[in-house]
Write a protein that binds this ligand. Structure first.
Ligand code: ZN
Length: 223
């Protein structure tokens, strides 16, 4: 009797196991099928979404650069490259690094600097517009310093993606001025773009009403 029960239990166990395996097999096959059928559509959808954004960015970027001299990277060093050997005030518009900034960005920084002054803070510009040649040099130097293109790109954008090259970014200093602007910049449309670069600001005109966009982790996370 005991043996029969044991055998029955064993038989039931085997049947259950077989059912389980068949079920798992179907489930696994179903999952694989679903994944396989999803795979072509999901990345396709994502990349088509990205390509819309990137398309807009890319059409803006090169055309602006072409206006500053198609094919010419410009000098890689010296005042005409936008290199600043020492900080300047936002009112020193004679220097190329400031003269070639987007006028809206420059006037926003000038206004912010006047207000910072009343708070006892001197807001200076350490870097503004940069020639493509100068940006390329900075990027190459960063690769040498950080050991890889990927790591370097977290700190110094490539020529293709740098807002400095199009005149759409400033690096401010000293630290207390950068910190002041990261807190109060939105009212001027000035936003800290990267969490790891408290000194780097770009103009986001909507920020006065809706605040600055969420910061990206670093320059390599830019879309
Ligand atoms: Zn910068």
């Amino acid at each position: 009797m005991g043996v029969i029960v044991a055998r029955s239990a064993f038989a039931l166990g085997v049947v259950s196991l077989v059912v389980l395996i068949v079920t798992l097999g179907v489930t696994a096959a179903g999952t694989l099928c679903a994944a396989a059928s999803c795979a072509p559509s999901e990345p396709g959808a994502a990349s088509s979404g990205e390509s819309i954004d990137l398309g807009e960015d890319e059409s803006d970027g090169p055309s602006e650069r072409e206006q500053t001299g198609a094919g010419a990277d410009g000098p890689a060093a010296g005042p005409e490259s936008g290199e600043l050997l020492e900080s300047v005030t936002p009112s020193e518009t004679g220097v190329t690094a400031l003269a070639k900034l987007d006028p809206g960005l420059l006037s926003a920084v000038q206004q912010a600097a006047r207000d910072a002054e009343t708070d006892g803070i001197s807001l200076l510009i350490n870097s503004g517009w940069r020639s493509a040649g100068y940006q390329a040099r900075l990027h190459d130097e960063a690769i040498a310093e950080y050991g890889s293109e990927d790591e370097a790109s977290k700190w110094v954008d490539s020529v293709e993606s740098s807002a400095h090259v199009t005149g759409d970014a400033v690096d401010v200093g000293p630290y207390n001025a950068a910190e002041w602007l990261s807190r109060k910049g939105a009212r001027y449309g000035l936003c800290q773009i990267y969490a790891n670069e408290i000194w780097h600001f770009e103009l986001r005109p909507d920020a006065a009403d809706s605040g600055c966009p969420e910061r990206l982790a670093d320059a390599s996370s830019a879309p």
